[in-house]
Design a protein around this ligand. Structure first.
Ligand code: ADP
Ligand code: MG
Length: 696
């Protein structure tokens, strides 16, 4: 008997040459194959007498082969097989091209069942290239609802049907992964029925209810995984950091602004987490400009006044540099030493006026001996030679740009203190680049606690956004020139096609820069920023722009993240239709950072720019992200490859009702039986999930 765990390479029916093809699809066991689900069914369930056929019908006929010929047409180098089949009402012809073996199989006298579409030519009606099988066989490819599987090279639906049917015939009882009461509640078929019905349903309804079951099962398994991750993390130890309320309050009072309620609440949630000796794993989910940095600064100060170390990871040098400037400014009176460690920058100091440039080894030794309290950096910070003495908190800005491995590397930077206590892992705070819609956080960030910054600092004017067609460019440029004469500055964003085409982007930016400087705005000063500039050059450009030595900055997507120049109130985005809505919103967040009105022009010559109008109407990053999710799927938030989500998951990720139900169920099951000892089917499904999907 076969079980879910039977390896396909142990089945004689499956020829060796198919194994690598199956493996490519992640199919190695019976379970994998049976979970390769059809995406539709062809309805060939009705057997029609040959006398009742008409053109266009999808039919099954059953009859005896009375004539079978295969001819080679030398002109077109094809073979044509014609088979005539007779039933009690009459006869019909069937035709196949280039499948001479059909003629060998359908010889005169055989009783055959054929399913296909009825066509007509000068000789009358015929079945065009129908599926066929001997009438004595269990209907597999004909005479029923026939499953159609996702296409892959060398694995036809026909082949999959034969194999799956053979396996189903020899299948042992399957382990049930859904608890009985859940199945009853949602009226799901049991696993064995569901597996049979999803592949070979009698009625479409059966397939549909099996389908619902598998969607639920997959989401349930995912939710169990997330909850278990969270439960396991709670078993780790972290440093409990006492709350020095007075000092934090003084610090916040010296901010040049009043915190929003959302910032206050998020900071409080974080501090409460940090007071505990279990590691925090929290997501700070906020729109562009909602003030995540201030919250991060509060958390960092909280940890460092208790004399622990903090690491802050930024995705780009520019952003790391900017955070360093912000932090040294904000923390200037706190007696805290900050360091900046990137490929290009190695510096540290307690106060903006006292920053020393140094070398990487020097910084590393200062991190090790705990002279440095807060270190801000890029990937350069996650190398093997970086050793913290007392790392209590890691803050990751613009989280999705860092891979799973890099996060793990930091998490492993556990704090070893020689006090007989178990090793302690740092607390983790991740900040989003793009506000993540609620449905998504629930579906795939369920292991994280979430603090939401759903409120903008007061006094921000919504950015006026306009989609601009080619014909209106001139007037947009004239408007921009006027704004610049009033003393404001502008960004011009050139689309970023793909990482691999970085050079093309740079070229496009250089050409645009030349055009703007020489022809469109000859009287203004136009700067350029792109990924191929050296860090020093980038810094000089940014510095000039901040100091208003340049009016317009042409940039590739490097400005996407975090750049903060409040005097820049205008943005042009070229070829805006090439970006996702969330990304455009993210760009746009670089302006609208002062009390002055800001303007964003989405230049698009494409007809396909309807989508963009959503940005004219809305300035709510969460709503925009939701729209983007609907239009483009979850990949852009996490990178599809990384998340390893299946199509089922991707399709259902916005189905909040289903996800909520699965989540509640997972919660119930696990709080009752965290080891899943009563739920062996679910435990197996989970083990399978672990093998195939890698979450952070
Ligand atoms: P993001 O959430 O996009 O990282 P930042 O932290 O860069 O946003 O903050 C955006 C801008 O808003 C910064 O110039 C910051 O100084 C300012 N800011 C942050 N919080 C407030 C507030 N509560 N009131 C006014 N301005 C604020
Ligand atoms: Mg930011």
């Amino acid at each position: 008997m076969l079980t879910f765990d039977t390896k396909l390479n142990s089945l004689p029916r499956i020829q060796k040459k198919y194994l690598p093809k199956l493996k490519k699809l992640g199919i190695e066991t019976v379970r994998d194959l049976l979970y390769h689900l059809p995406f539709r069914y062809d309805d060939f369930s009705v057997v029609v007498p040959t006398s009742d056929l008409s053109v266009g019908m999808n039919v099954t006929v059953i009859g005896t082969v009375v004539q079978s010929t295969t001819q080679r047409t030398w002109k077109r180098k094809m073979t044509v097989t014609n088979v005539t089949v007779q039933d009690s009402s009459g006869s019909v012809r069937a035709t196949w091209f280039n499948q001479p073996f059909v003629g060998d199989q359908l010889t005169e006298g055989k009783v055959v069942r054929m399913s296909g579409k009825v066509a007509a030519d000068k000789n009358g009606l015929y079945l065009s290239n129908p599926a066929y099988e001997r009438d004595a066989r269990t209907p597999t490819n004909t005479g029923r609802l026939v499953p159609v599987y996702p296409e892959t090279a060398g694995l036809s639906s026909r082949w999959l049907r034969w194999q799956i049917q053979m396996i189903l015939e020899k299948l042992d009882a399957l382990p049930e992964s859904l608890p009985d009461d859940i199945r009853e509640k949602y009226d799901f078929p049991d696993i064995t029925t569901a597996i049979h019905k999803i592949h070979f349903p009698e009625e479409l309804q059966d397939a549909q209810s099996a389908h619902r079951r598998f969607i639920f099962e997959e989401i349930l398994v995912m939710q169990c995984k997330l909850i278990l991750l969270k439960m396991h993390a709670k078993k780790d130890h972290a440093i409990a950091i006492p709350f020095d309320e007075k000092r934090i309050k003084n610090f916040v009072d010296r901010f040049p602004f009043v915190l929003t309620d959302a910032q206050r609440k998020a900071s409080f949630q974080i501090i409460k987490d940090l007071e505990k000796d279990v590691p925090m794993n929290r997501l700070l989910n906020g729109d562009v400009g909602s003030g995540k940095t201030a919250v991060a600064a509060i958390a960092a100060l909280h940890a460092s006044i208790a004399s622990h170390q903090v690491a802050i990871l930024a995705p780009t040098e520019i952003l790391a540099r900017q955070h360093f400037d912000t932090f040294t400014k904000l923390l200037g009176d706190e007696n805290i030493t900050c360091a900046l460690l990137t490929g290009a920058y190695k510096m540290y100091g307690e106060h903006p006026a006292l920053i020393k440039k140094t070398t990487r080894p020097k910084i590393l030794s200062l991190i090790k001996d705990e002279t440095i309290d807060i270190v801000i950096g890029t990937h350069a910070l996650i190398q093997d030679d970086v050793h913290f003495n007392d790392l209590a908190l890691v803050i990751v800005d613009e989280q999705h740009r860092f891979g799973v491995k890099q996060r793990a590397a930091l998490q492993q930077n556990t704090t070893q203190v020689d006090d007989g206590q178990p090793a302690r892992v740092p607390h983790f705070l991740t900040m989003t680049a793009t506000p993540i819609p609620r449905t998504l956080t629930m579906a795939i960030c369920g292991n994280l606690d979430v603090s939401l910054l759903d409120e903008m600092p007061i006094g921000r004017k919504p950015i006026i956004t306009k989609v601009v067609a080619k014909t209106k460019r001139k007037s947009a440029y004239a408007f921009i020139e006027k704004q610049i004469q009033k003393g404001f500055q502008a960004y011009v964003i050139i689309p970023f096609v793909e990482e691999s085409k970085a050079m093309a982007n740079v070229k496009a930016a250089i050409a645009e820069h030349k055009l703007l400087q020489e022809e469109i705005f000859p009287k203004l000063s136009v700067g350029i920023l792109h990924g191929k500039l050296k860090a020093k050059e980038k810094e000089a450009v940014m510095h000039d722009f901040k100091e208003k030595k340049c009016d317009i900055l042409v940039a590739t997507a490097v400005v996407e993240v975090g750049i903060d120049v409040p005097n820049a109130t205008i943005m042009i985005i070229e070829n805006a239709e090439r970006f996702g809505l969330s990304q455009l919103h993210q760009f746009r967040g670089r302006i609208g950072r002062s009390e002055y009105q800001s303007y964003c022009f989405l230049f698009s010559d494409s007809f396909n720019n309807k989508r963009l109008h959503a940005l004219e109407r809305s300035s709510d990053g969460f709503a925009i992200a939701e729209k983007d999710l609907e239009l483009r799927g979850p990949g852009q938030f996490f990178g599809t490859q990384q998340s390893g989500l299946t199509d089922v998951m991707t399709e259902n990720i916005t189905n909040i009702k289903l996800i909520t139900a699965a989540r509640d169920t997972a919660q119930e099951i696990l709080s009752d039986d965290p080891a899943l000892s009563k739920y062996s089917g679910l435990a197996q499904a989970l083990a399978h999930f672990d093998k195939n999907v890698h979450l952070e």
